[in-house]
Ligand binder design. Structure first.
Ligand SMILES: Nc1nc2c(ncn2[C@@H]2O[C@H](COP(=O)(O)OP(=O)(O)O)[C@@H](O)[C@H]2O)c(=O)[nH]1
Ligand SMILES: [Mg+2]
Length: 210
């Protein structure tokens, strides 16, 4: 399964992707130019599911890897920073690019409001971001790469959407072939889909993240 992480420079794409792939590591250095392809294998319903995750960098420089991923990717994480409203605005262009390049008109998208640890400096209201996401059929989730909050949840939400749209994506013929003998992968618990979540959220007072 090919997933792509996009958004303006400095919103935390690399931090977010890094946290997901290697949860115990926090790399405080900021290099806006690095574009990296990362691999992670998770377990889904007893089968190994291999993920290729492209952490993109600036649109200014041409990248054939980025171009091909935007065309062939199965799902996108669209990151903005809740402390910078321009970064939400910037996602419009990115969504347009995805919608014109990727042949799947219902391409699974998850909008991530990153840096939720800086809520004192919040410049984007949750309702506004949620409405933005809903307008093009995306889910919205707030997260903090710094505090490792909702990072797994965001990826799991996207993976669930991709599998729901086409269950065959990502599973090779022999799922065992993607892992070495004795290797262990974390069991992934896929989140509930939106309608179920809404019902669950009603029951659970004080849950205002999703
Ligand atoms: N407070 C806070 N800072 C973050 C968070 N995620 C990333 N950063 C910082 O924001 C800056 C840009 O992060 P980076 O991942 O390189 O952004 P990218 O250009 O989108 O890849 C770095 O200084 C990170 O340490 C977060 O969740 N909270
Ligand atoms: Mg980066």
């Amino acid at each position: 399964m090919r997933l792509i992480v996009m958004g303006s420079g400095g919103v935390g794409k690399s931090a977010f992707t890094g946290r997901y792939v290697t949860p115990s590591v926090w790399n405080p250095k900021y290099d806006p130019t690095i574009e990296e392809l990362k691999n992670k294998t998770i377990k889904h319903e007893g089968k190994a599911l291999q993920l290729e995750i492209l952490d993109t960098a600036g649109q200014e420089q041409y990248s054939s890897l980025r171009e091909s991923f935007i065309k062939t990717g199965h799902g996108f994480i669209l990151v903005f920073s809740i402390v910078d409203d321009q970064t939400l605005e910037d996602l419009k262009k990115i969504v347009n690019l995805i919608k014109t390049s990727n042949p799947n008109k219902d391409i699974p998208l998850v909008v991530v409001g990153n840096k939720s640890d800086l809520s004192d400096e919040r410049a984007v209201m949750e309702d506004e971001a949620m409405k933005f996401a809903q307008d093009f059929g995306a889910e919205y989730i707030e997260a903090s790469a710094l505090n490792n909050e909702n990072v797994n949840e965001a990826f799991n939400l996207l993976i669930a959407k991709v599998l729901q749209s086409d269950g065959s994506i990502g599973f090779g013929s022999g799922s065992g072939s993607v892992m070495g003998a004795g290797e262990k992968t974390p069991e992934v618990v896929l989140p509930q889909m939106p309608q179920q979540r809404k019902a669950a959220a009603k029951k659970q007072q004080g849950c205002n993240i999703l």
